[in-house]
Design a binder for this molecule. Structure first.
Ligand SMILES: [Mn+2]
Length: 280
């Protein structure tokens, strides 16, 4: 932080967020306001990120969502708009699989294109970056407001107007990989990381029967990110040892919320859960 006299000072204490953050939704258990060291001058306004994952856009099915396979996407986009998101983060498994047909991809593409804000997509284990991925076949890589890690950008998407960079390793095939390998050096005031995989706490990390796409406390801390947007779990949860605010958003279907992440002008990171809006 830079105080009023312009002197750098270090603030390490976490203070409970007694104000409930910037929304009406239920607070996430263990919610904290993180005081993060800052070197640069204050930003004039807050940056609002909305984080969701595991939308699993699928072929239309009469038994679910009134027959609209893009219902979860529609709902998350409407919620992000209602929350006045500056950027929407989708942390993997946006699509159920890479075999989806043209009609559903066209509809998903139209919904994304109609969004009035940038969308950053991290491909997950259901929708990895293959030559014939949904992102390419659906033309999603041509939408000006959509950035797809591993497709339109290799590992990082810059947002110079916000002095923000968002990085993450896309799933590029169906095999195992380490989602948080090689943390990216910070080059902007704000840095947000994304990962699609399975958090393993220290007490079970040695278990040889481990799931794929694992990361733990050390990998999370090594990102030194202002926020880590996680996907793969349908349940919303904060994970890690507190060094970095690392949250699963959970799926819209199960959580019925998105994570709202406010990067404040004062340098705080405030995370709340917000209910899905009525669809429009
Ligand atoms: Mn997954």
């Amino acid at each position: 932080m830079v105080d009023h006299a312009g002197n750098f000072r270090r603030r390490t204490a976490f203070s409970p967020c007694s104000q409930g953050g910037a929304g009406q939704g239920p607070a996430l258990p263990g919610l904290r306001v993180y005081r993060i060291e800052r070197y640069s001058s204050p930003m004039p306004t807050d940056i609002v990120l909305v984080h969701s994952s595991d939308l699993h856009v699928d072929e239309d099915c009469a038994a679910a969502h009134g027959g609209d396979g893009t219902a979860a996407l529609r709902s998350v986009l409407a919620t992000a708009r209602a929350l006045r998101a500056d950027i929407l983060l989708l942390a993997g498994d946006t699509f159920e699989n890479n075999q989806l047909g043209g009609a559903i991809l066209d509809r998903a593409g139209r919904r994304l294109a109609e969004a009035s804000f940038p969308v950053v997509i991290l491909p997950g284990n259901h929708d990895p970056v293959l030559a014939q991925s949904v992102f390419v076949r659906g033309g999603l890589d041509t939408l000006p407001n959509v950035s797809i890690l591993g497709v339109t950008h290799d590992n990082a998407v810059p947002f110079p107007d916000f002095d923000l960079e968002i990085w993450g390793h896309a799933h590029r095939d169906y095999f195992n990989m380490a989602p948080l390998r090689g943390p990216r050096q910070r080059s902007t005031r704000w840095q947000v990381a994304m990962a699609h995989g399975h958090y393993e706490p220290p007490e079970t990390r040695a278990n040889p029967l481990r799931p794929s796409w694992v990361f733990g406390d050390e990998e999370i801390a090594a990102t030194a990110a202002d926020y880590l947007a996680l996907g793969h779990w349908d349940r919303p949860m904060r994970v890690g040892n507190g060094a970095v605010p690392a949250y699963y958003s959970g799926s819209p279907d199960l959580a019925e919320t998105v994570n709202l992440v406010r990067l404040t002008a004062a340098g705080d990171v405030v995370v709340t859960r917000e209910p899905l809006s009525a669809e429009s």
